[in-house]
Ligand binder design. Structure first.
Ligand code: XMP
Length: 510
């Protein structure tokens, strides 16, 4: 890849991936790599700028993440954020002090003259999250912004192009934070901005054409965003030589299995093999209530069905995996090929006769994957699809999975999705779905008594599914969902809304 690159050195802060995403959104490619990278490796990487992220440590702690001060003599611009700015001060002879209380949240800030703050409103709001602060800037540096409690909220040595900021430009709570980051990239580092998703598609397709010419390629299509975009990208390059296998386990939401066929086979003309395993999965799940057993059975059966299809296709040269950048960062820091632990595909390489894995999305964040999908002409219903668990609706039905419950759940879930979309809330909510509980309650319909399982609605906001909050859906939207489900779906007589965050609850009910 011949793009200009920024190196984001990871010191362990919670917003680090966000920093890298923001840099990319501003049109500059970057990698998030561990702070321990050697000076030699950094030279080899040849970045146009380096960003130090935040981190949980104090620079004076024994074993705190450190860097070789040689980095400041490479002539490459440096921006240190939070811990990163304290490290700059500490390494270059300034002082870092420990405050009595943590400063967390929005702070009023006053920006002074600096290329970083060009066109930024001088009196402004920034987002702080720190206890230590820079109490004395190093010789040759000057303070360029301050808050009431943080005297050196920003400092710089413009000649050496070294900048420190205590606040977090990457979160939206910092007003005009994007402008500050843009000023660093374009004003200080001289970026041209050559990272766009249409460039990416063009380059990848031409690289894949060379790599895959005359080769047989296989891809497992799950219906999820990553495998859909990976397959479509590879299809552009490999055409007929790509075969996609879609295992329909009958546990997808209403209309999803049909959509896979209509988009990929009918519209895009892909070679799509659909294995209809709906009855098999229902049979295997008969009488099973334990969530972990359900997961295990579904995982194993999925692999078996895929193996059968793969045998029929025969040996292939390449197996496509929808690995994306966060998977690479999380499992082994970028060096080697990662096989997704996602149960749907995790076991596949062992049952497919292939020579090499191809991972066309391994450099992309999820939002970039979605943009590539749109660039490739995939509909919103595919690229904006919310995260969906591999075991599908089986873990949204408490207790035994039956066809009747699946039908009720699909219909209730569909109504919820429709109403959330109509209310314009679909982009703000991370996941939203219905659940069939194992609690039965009495209801009255017309003159008749009913006795049916309670249906729960779950909707959460989140950035990474690690933590989540229940979504504050307006009452009138909840009311519409509830009354439509009761009126339109057989076996529905009571709807409840889940108001638990994660932790202590999880997003899914099982
Ligand atoms: P929880 O329920 O643990 O979910 O808060 C976190 C995220 O992971 C998804 N999830 C799964 N995904 N196989 C998957 O591929 C699974 O068994 C599974 N269980 C939960 C869940 O939808 C949420 O996005």
């Amino acid at each position: 890849m011949n793009h200009e690159k920024v190196l984001v050195l990871d010191f362990g802060g919670q917003y680090n991936q966000l920093i890298a995403r923001r840099v990319r959104e501003l049109g500059v490619y970057c990698d998030l790599l561990p702070y321990g990278m050697s000076i030699e490796k950094i030279r080899e990487y040849s970045p146009i700028g380096i960003i130090f992220t935040g981190g949980p440590n104090s620079v004076y702690e024994a074993g705190a993440p450190d860097i070789d001060a040689e980095i400041f003599r490479l002539g490459i611009p440096v921006l240190g954020i939070c811990y990163g700015c304290q490290l700059i001060a500490h390494k270059l002879g300034g002082k870092v002090a420990h405050a009595d209380t943590r400063e967390y949240g929005k702070s009023e800030i006053e920006y002074g003259e600096s290329i970083l703050f060009a066109d930024v409103t001088k009196k402004n709001i920034c987002w702080m999250s720190h206890t230590d602060y820079v109490s004395e800037v190093p010789a040759g540096f000057r303070i360029s912004a301050a808050t009431k409690t943080c005297p050196a909220a920003a400092f710089e040595n413009a000649e050496k192009k070294i900048y420190g900021i205590q606040f977090h430009t990457e979160v939206h709570h910092t007003a005009e934070g994007e402008k500050i980051l843009r000023n660093f990239l374009y004003g200080v580092c001289g970026a041209k901005g050559d990272w766009t998703m249409s460039n990416f598609v063009e380059e990848q397709v031409s690289a894949l054409k060379k790599k895959l010419e005359g080769k047989k390629v296989l891809c497992a299509m799950s219906g999820g965003v990553d495998s859909a975009v990976a397959a479509t990208l590879v299809h552009r390059a490999a055409g007929e030589n790509l075969t996609c296998v879609f295992v329909d386990h009958g546990l997808l939401r209403k209309g999803e299995a049909e959509e896979v066929v209509s988009v990929f086979r009918d519209r895009l003309g892909m070679n799509l093999v659909k294995a209809d395993a709906r009855e098999l999965f229902l049979e295997k799940l008969k009488g099973i209530s334990d969530p972990e057993r359900k997961r295990k059975i579904i995982g194993e059966e999925f692999i078996k069905v895929f193996e059968k299809e793969a045998k029929e296709i025969g040996a292939v040269d390449f197996l496509v995996q929808g690995t994306i950048y966060p998977d690479v960062i999380e499992s082994g820091k970028g060096a080697s090929a990662v096989i997704k632990s996602h149960h749907n595909v995790g076991g596949l390489p062992s049952v497919v006769d292939f020579k090499e894995i191809v991972e066309p999305l391994r450099d992309l964040f999820k939002d970039e994957v979605r943009k590539v999908g749109t660039e490739l002409g995939l509909p919103d219903s595919v690229v904006q699809r919310q995260p969906f668990p591999g075991p599908g609706l089986a873990i949204r039905i408490m207790g035994e999975v039956t066809e009747e419950k699946l039908q009720t759940l699909r219909d209730a879930d569909f109504i919820m999705r429709e109403e959330i979309a109509k209310a314009g809330l679909n982009r703000d909510i991370w996941q939203y779905f219905a659940v069939i509980t194992s609690t039965y309650t009495v209801g009255v319909m017309g003159d008749a008594r009913t006795y049916e399982p309670v249906i729960a609605l779950r909707a959460v906001t989140s950035v990474d599914a690690m933590t989540a909050d229940w979504a504050r859906i307006p009452y009138d939207v909840l009311e519409r969902i509830s009354s439509r489900i009761i009126n339109e779906v057989p076996h529905a007589n009571r709807i409840v809304y889940d108001i638990t965050s994660k932790p202590p609850a999880t997003i899914e009910w099982e």
